[in-house]
Design a protein around this ligand. Structure first.
Ligand code: PAF
Length: 282
């Protein structure tokens, strides 16, 4: 596995691969890798000729009071696990390379960014679309792999790909969960044992919502209340949102006639967690 910090060298490598007719799969990450990330690398290996991961903790997607400084940085372990998964190249740029002095160009995210995470974390998706487009310029991949746990992020990236005519297919891959249901996340490592137990409230709330829908409930607000009740029973410390939304527009849905997505963001201790699930009708 090659590990390259230079964008010019990375571009040259990808260019050679593309000239040789190879299909390139890209897995952008911020490191602190877990099974969720590795499942994306394995899928890229299965469906493409070359799997390229990136590791870069992107400062522009963190708000001033968020965890950019303390975000886990575990480069050596990350490289080990990527090597074991058969990853072909890891791009590990420096901050100066991605944001050279004087950098002032950003990508305005599509409208789907305006809800939920976008409202609570102003500027977050502008940082995400900017870095993802920059990575795609350096690594013009055929397929980009993203985890469905960041459901809105996938919708935002798909919107950007559509609006900017980017020649890439975006694959959204299933959330990987711990045996007890907790969605895998790099931020889970912030949780104390007690917080980890309470964090199960998120997946339990989604499970309760699924059961309610299977039993015939079609009221978005009743299902939202059911998710809130489950979160408060955990108990989580605060709820940013617990919403039933349209799978593409992410607008709230009151009367459920077709599949919807339950989206949750809640705080447990000092850790902010998100989770989601797609619900089909009973
Ligand atoms: O999902 C993430 O880890 C990040 O938002 C991404 C897509 C790598 C952009 O920094």
């Amino acid at each position: 596995m090659r590990v390259i910090a230079s964008s010019a060298e990375t571009y040259a490598f990808v260019d050679r691969m593309r000239t040789d007719g190879k299909r390139i799969g890209l897995i952008p990450t911020m490191g602190a890798l877990h099974e969720g990330h590795l499942s994306l690398v394995r899928l890229a290996k299965k469906n493409c000729d070359v799997a390229i991961a990136t590791i870069f903790v992107n400062p522009t997607q963190f708000g001033p009071n968020e965890d950019f400084q303390k975000y886990p940085r575990t480069l050596e372990q990350d490289l080990d696990v990527l090597r074991n998964c058969g990853c072909d190249l890891v791009f590990t740029p420096t901050n100066d390379q991605m944001y050279p002095a004087g950098h002032s160009t950003y990508v305005e995210p599509p409208n789907v960014a305006s809800h939920w995470e976008g409202k609570i974390r102003p500027g977050h998706f502008r940082g995400v679309t900017t870095i993802v487009l920059k990575l795609l310029q350096i690594i013009p991949a055929h397929v980009g792999y993203f985890g469905r746990k960041d459901y809105q992020q996938v919708a935002v990236i798909r919107g950007m790909v559509r609006d900017l005519n980017l020649p890439i297919v975006i694959e959204a891959c299933e959330t990987v969960r711990e045996p007890d249901g907790l969605a895998m996340s790099s931020r889970n490592r912030y949780l104390s044992a007690e917080d980890r137990r309470r964090a199960l409230g998120l997946s339990r709330a989604l499970g309760s919502a699924q059961r309610l829908i299977e039993n015939g409930c079609t009221s978005g607000s009743q299902i939202e209340q059911c998710m809130r009740d489950a979160l408060l029973a955990a108990p989580v410390d605060s709820i940013d949102y617990a919403a039933i939304v349209h799978p593409e527009t992410l607008e709230p849905v009151e009367s459920i006639l077709s599949p919807v997505v339950g989206m949750i963001a809640a705080r447990v201790g000092t850790t902010r967690l998100i989770d989601n699930a797609t619900f089909t009708l009973g």
